[in-house]
Design a protein. Structure first.
Length: 506
């Protein structure tokens, strides 16, 4: 990660990350807080309101990148000089920024967890100015990588948990977008990437075949195939649609493929255009008739999860899928809808009190207080519901014992819809209640060693296995229960009532 970021963010200090990756209002607000002496403890949470792609789940990604950036978050001498040139910021505030570092705590779910709307994914606990300056960077990283990891997981599930090759470098949103997309796609289920720099920086397997330019550079298609097979006899995949897939490409691939088979080498072919269902079926027949049943078929050509599922449902004999544009850009979903809101702040008595954003739109009224998210599971380990509860660190949750589980096996509970209306559900827990938010940074330093990408990939697959298939449907998925405790519901309703009373009395 550091190797890549030094290429794109100039500074002489290894690991430095410019805090200018922020919205301008964050800096003007920070100066305002500084001038007013308002830098007491605050709690912000990042969450999202709706599932992307009209899906039933999301995959949390980007935490490793975020922690790396937060550790080196600061203002260089060049940054300070730039801010001075804007003629907006006082010298005293610029002096404050010169020594700025994140010294707070950051809690988050494990990267790779399957997550749902309304629940906090990240909690930032620090001085008000530190919390505010992190907002833009945090949302930029988590929103994009979570979007791409979610898209890739959908593609992977649609393929029948098959082999997905991420081919999106040339269509990604710039160099940083390409790198972040490759990382997130690998987390979400891609087997590898065409992005060589991502392979170096993140340790992702690099994959690729050949372009049409290779074939067009030789006097004949057969000569092009033979030359490639001689150079890469153990990793040969022929691109067979340059001229005519069935009349030229496949016969020439068979001719050279037989020579490879005689040497004990296997090979594959790739389709990048045309009717994939029809052509893959015909190519499979031709390969089998030629005595090459082990030859694999890879396909590409602007694929997404819906196309892949349709091809699988039609019986297309495809062994691997090359997915680029639709995966690394989010396809028809431009952005992940994550937001970052103040949930609690320290009062004049140095006690934390819950904060709420009150809105005419009920879905935009925030869930106040410091919260933990508990995943309720049955005895087989399948996820039943997520429940938000007030955390013991919040003054409003003083009656909740520290580290006490939401429910123990055999205990019953009733939980409410987050909109704080009449809807609720009850259950008797026969599995476990798992707390999802864990400390990642304490006092500005990492709280534990961070997992590698392979561990994160295993987390994704385990969580998807623990999710009922009805939540994973591409079309009209079942809605997973995200609920709140009665205590949290009462806190929210009480704050709404208080604000309404204040407005009426104004």
């Amino acid at each position: 990660m550091r190797c890549f970021m030094r290429c794109f963010m100039k500074d002489t200090q290894p690991g430095f990350q410019s805090a200018l990756l922020a919205d301008f209002y964050a800096l003007t607000m920070a100066q305002g807080f500084w001038k007013k002496g308002m830098n007491s403890r605050a709690i912000f949470e990042m969450f999202f309101r709706d599932q992307p792609f009209r899906g039933g789940f999301s995959v949390f990604a980007g935490l490793g990148t975020l922690l790396e950036r937060v550790r080196g978050f600061g203002f260089s001498a060049d940054d300070i000089e730039y801010l001075r040139g804007l003629k907006v910021f006082e010298e005293g505030f610029l002096d404050y920024l010169r020594g700025f570092r994140f010294t707070g705590s950051l809690w988050a779910m494990d990267e790779g967890r399957v997550v749902f709307s309304q629940e906090p994914l990240v909690r930032v606990d620090a001085g008000l100015i530190e919390c505010q300056l992190l907002e833009g960077m945090l949302l930029n990283i988590i929103n994009f990588q979570t979007l791409i990891a979610t898209k890739t997981a959908r593609v992977w599930l649609a393929s029948g948990k098959g082999s997905i090759m991420e081919f999106g470098l040339r269509r990604a949103q710039g160099p940083d977008g390409a790198m972040s997309a490759s990382r997130a796609a690998y987390i979400g289920g891609a087997a590898g990437t065409s992005n060589v720099l991502a392979g170096k920086v993140y340790g992702i397997p690099v994959l690729g075949t050949m372009a049409h330019a290779w074939i067009m550079s030789f006097p004949s298609e057969e000569a092009a195939f033979r030359a490639y097979a001689q150079i890469y006899p153990g990793k040969t995949v022929f691109l067979i649609d340059t001229y005519d897939t069935l009349k030229s490409g496949t016969p020439n691939a068979i001719k050279v493929g037989r020579e490879l088979a005689a040497q004990g080498k296997n090979f594959g072919v790739r389709l990048d255009s045309g009717d994939i269902q029809y052509l893959s079926t015909e190519v499979r027949k031709m390969l089998d008739a030629a005595g090459l049943p082990k030859a694999s078929i890879a396909v590409s050509n602007d694929l997404d999860e819906s196309i892949i599922q349709t091809l699988r449902d039609s019986g297309a004999p495809v062994d691997s899928w090359g997915v680029g544009t639709q995966m690394v850009t989010g396809g028809n979903q431009a952005a992940f809808p994550g937001v970052y809101k103040l949930m609690a702040r320290e009062n004049a008595e140095h006690e934390l009190e819950p904060a709420i954003k009150f809105s005419d739109n009920p879905e935009k009224t925030t869930m106040p207080g410091i919260k933990q998210v508990w995943r309720l599971k049955d005895r087989a380990g399948m996820a039943l519901a997520d429940v938000m509860a007030l955390d013991a660190d919040c003054a409003a949750a003083a009656t909740v014992p520290v580290n006490a589980p939401l429910l123990r096996p055999g205990e019953s509970g009733s939980f409410w819809h987050p909109a704080a209306d009449y809807r609720r559900f009850s259950l008797c827990l026969d599995g476990e209640a798992e707390p999802l938010l864990k400390p990642r940074m304490l006092g500005g330093e990492l709280a534990a060693e961070q997992p590698g990408l392979e561990d994160i990939r295993r987390t994704v697959k385990a969580d998807l296995e623990a999710l009922d298939p009805t939540y994973k449907r591409l079309l009209n998925p079942h809605i997973y229960k995200v609920s709140i405790t009665g205590e949290l519901r009462e806190l929210k309703l009480g704050l709404i009532k208080k604000h309404l009373g204040d407005l009426q009395g104004a």
